[in-house]
Design a protein around this ligand. Structure first.
Ligand code: BES
Ligand code: MN
Ligand code: MN
Length: 462
């Protein structure tokens, strides 16, 4: 890949400005108030793929938001890379905690990003990382160096579970045929410690509702005599972990693979400072399942977390009331071999069984997906490793991540190909949080590394 560094420094400002324009459109898929903006973003992505040199670009309508598909097929005998990304973003709230508008991108310096980072919702997850691929393609087509075929599939519903993408993939196997899937929607250890994500956790997400009396009651007249749904719900939730912080749902750990001592020792070699970890979060201690390190707890072990809980009176002052209903949203992060639909069933059965008399409990499943691990001896992994080695001057470390991209397991099942997760974000980039950002260094490094992957993947495929 001749002249990639020159090309990037020559076009750096335009690369940044184009991303900034994309970030200005609030493509929040979870909130229908943003529908037109999500659609507008899809149009922009389509246009950008056309400009970057795809010779066929099409918008595929779904029951939800459209999927943008683009391709450049130079020779059917050459390998084909399928790039996946998402143009939708998480809601920006709580907006008051942002130091600048979530959809008014600005570049600011941070400790981790002395060269500056773009602050905006979606900067890292995933508009910034997705757009690196568009710019990498632009470089390869405009300098006549595209070494293989490429297909792009950019969806607008990742943050709400990718339900319609699953249908699209099942119905378009021939169109999506590929030799490897390439995704930048994860992170790496640090800007001077490159890593490649080799695993993702699965997910089961449920909502629970506990109903007591048929109306809100005076907490003096009725308190102590009827079940208080909030008291009951919190007690039920507390019982889901034991004193070792293990999950108490019967059957929950069936199938969970215990990593060997060697594998765990290998994992522990990845640079990690517990002190810095605690400092970055302003906590005086970490917390979690007994017998596991912090990195193990958030990568190779399953978890159960309340994501939101509400009910009763939360306004100003005091109101003496026993609420009729209490609610919680609960996520379970799963590891490979735990089937998310079975886990959802186990949860439901158990949660209903622990409800005391005096309340009724309803469990509503939301979305979910399977976990994923990718081998490090595949051509795809080797090509990625060589690419990072060239651009970072260091061999990347394989690392399993705690996050989820549920569609990846489905890609393997339906399209029979491995996914390579070349993520360039940092854990501190505040994805899904206020003040999300993406390092300028990371953005440009991504654009530089991706073409090297194309080159090595094509060479290793011969
Ligand atoms: N890009 C993230 C997932 C991610 C981030 C994986 C960093 C590894 C490292 C993705 O957009 C995401 O947020 N996924 C959701 C699940 C989805 C079904 C809403 C998640 O992990 O909570
Ligand atoms: Mn993402
Ligand atoms: Mn996300």
């Amino acid at each position: 890949m001749d002249n990639i560094k020159n090309y990037i420094s020559e076009h750096k400002d335009r690369f940044l400005n184009e991303l900034i324009e994309l970030l200005k459109i609030p493509s929040v898929s979870a909130d229908s108030a943003f529908k037109n903006d999500v659609l507008k973003t899809a149009d922009q992505v389509k246009l950008s793929l056309e400009k970057a040199g795809c010779d066929f670009v099409e918008m595929y309508e779904t029951d939800g938001y459209p999927i943008v598909y683009g391709e450049k097929i130079i020779d059917p005998d050459l390998p084909t890379i399928l790039v996946y990304g998402h143009y939708d973003v998480q809601p920006a709230d709580p907006i008051e905690l942002w130091t600048s508008g979530p959809f008014e991108p600005v570049i600011k310096k941070t400790d981790k990003h002395p060269e500056g980072a773009i602050f905006a919702r979606g900067a890292c997850d995933d508009k910034g990382q997705m757009y690196m691929h568009v710019k990498a393609l632009e470089f390869m087509t405009s300098t006549n160096q595209l070494p293989c075929n490429v297909k792009f599939m950019i969806e607008g519903e990742e943050e709400v579970g990718s339900v319609n993408l699953g249908v699209f993939v099942k119905n378009n196997q021939e169109k999506l045929k590929n030799d490897v899937i390439l995704i930048s929607d994860t992170g790496m250890i640090a800007n001077d410690i490159p890593s490649i994500t080799t695993g993702l956790r699965g997910l089961s997400y449920v909502e629970v509702e506990v109903t007591g009396p048929n109306r809100d009651l005076h907490s003096g007249l009725y308190g102590g005599a009827v079940a208080n749904p909030i008291n009951v719900l919190t007690k039920m939730i507390a019982s889901l972990h034991d004193e070792k912080n293990q999950i108490t749902i019967p059957g929950f750990y069936d199938g969970v693979e215990d990593l060997s001592r060697e594998e765990r020792d290998e994992m522990a070699k990845a640079p990690f400072s517990l002190e810095n970890y605690k400092k970055a979060l302003d906590i005086d201690a970490v917390y979690g399942e007994e017998g596991y390190t912090t990195n193990e707890r958030n990568a190779i072990r399953p978890t159960l977390d309340v994501n939101g809980i509400w009910g009763g009176y939360t306004g100003e002052g005091a109101k003496t009331v026993i609420a009729s209903k209490a609610y919680a949203k609960i996520s379970m992060r799963l590891v490979p071999n735990q089937d998310w639909e079975s886990i959802t069933e186990l949860f439901t059965k158990h949660f209903l069984s622990i409800a005391p008399a005096g309340v009724t409990v309803k469990v509503t499943p939301h979305h979910g997906g399977q976990g994923y691990v990718t081998p490090t001896d595949s051509i795809g992994y080797k090509a990625a490793s060589m690419a990072y080695n060239d651009t970072f001057g260091k061999k990347p470390i394989p690392q399993r991540s705690g996050g989820s991209i549920p569609i990846v397991a489905l890609f393997e099942e339906e399209l029979k190909s491995k996914t390579i997760l070349m993520g360039f974000g940092l854990d501190s980039d505040a994805i899904h949080s206020p003040n999300e950002h993406f390092g300028v260094f990371n953005y440009l490094k991504g654009i530089e590394t991706i073409p090297m992957f194309y080159k090595y993947f094509t060479e290793l495929s011969k």
